[in-house]
Write a protein that binds this ligand. Structure first.
Ligand code: PGA
Length: 251
């Protein structure tokens, strides 16, 4: 079932005192936030977030994971560790991981399946650079990023989320227009339907890239945009609540 929702990706932002205040705001608005929102804090704050958001109906998850369940991988975090803190979602393939940490499609696919094997929901991020868009390569780039998770898997798109995050729109204040977002989201659904039409219909596809309280409702109104993956604006409690409120009419 498609689930309209908004995820807040805090990235490497926030100190303990700020995060406590942010969590207080989210909890005060739990009637709006419950069942349609989740936050992705820096992993060191997951125990705090799990404790504070328990029984609120607001979910949480991780920004990253390693592809192996355990071992000599200094600095990494495993799926069983995330399960200890009841994570529901895990981002994989965020463009910052692809570009700054050189994660390739193969490694991202391994992480994607690791998340699924442990019963959590992978949020596969895909998106093109501005140069790729200008060269007319958007569909080609996105198709390759998506299909890389299909190998050796019969129902790869069951119980996952795809987030379309044009790289040129992330943290730049430049949002894709609702029409551009719709066009790419419809294309993503078409790519997925080539694998399995039922899973394509049920797939939740989020838009990410400078979503804020002003542009969220126009984006969420598009038929194939099922919600948002929000970075900067998710750090401001009141604004994140407003964005989540925009998705409510579609729930
Ligand atoms: P932004 O980030 O909302 O700050 O553009 C989105 C993301 O990278 O997930």
């Amino acid at each position: 079932m498609r689930q309209p929702m908004v995820l807040g990706n805090w990235k490497m932002n926030g100190r303990l005192s700020e995060i406590k205040l942010l969590l207080d705001t989210l909890k005060q608005h739990r009637h709006i936030m419950a069942e349609r929102s989740a936050v992705l804090p820096p992993s060191i704050y997951l125990p705090l977030v799990a404790h504070e958001l328990e029984n609120t109906g607001i979910s949480w998850g991780a920004q990253n994971i390693h592809a192996c369940s355990e071992g000599a991988f200094t600095g990494e975090i495993s799926a069983p560790m995330l399960l200890d803190y009841h994570c529901r979602y895990v981002l994989v393939g965020h463009s910052e991981r692809r570009q700054l940490f050189h994660e390739d499609d193969k490694f991202i696919a391994e992480k994607f399946h690791q998340v699924k094997e442990h019963g959590m929901i992978p949020v596969l991020c895909v998106g093109e650079t501005w140069a790729e868009r200008e060269q007319g390569l958007t569909q080609q780039v996105i198709k390759k990023q998506i299909q890389s998770i299909e190998k050796g898997c019969t129902r790869p798109y069951l119980n996952c989320i795809i987030a379309y995050e044009p790289i040129w729109a992330i943290g730049t204040g430049k949002t894709a227009s609702p029409d551009i977002a719709q066009e790419v989201h419809a294309f993503i659904r078409q790519v997925v339907s080539e694998n399995n039409a039922d899973d394509a219909r049920a797939l939740t596809i989020l838009y990410g890239g400078s979503v804020n309280a002003k542009n969220a409702s126009d984006l969420f109104a598009m038929p194939d945009v099922d919600g948002g993956l929000v970075g900067g604006a998710s750090l401001i409690g009141a604004q994140f609540v407003e964005i989540v409120q925009c998705i409510s009419s579609y729930c």
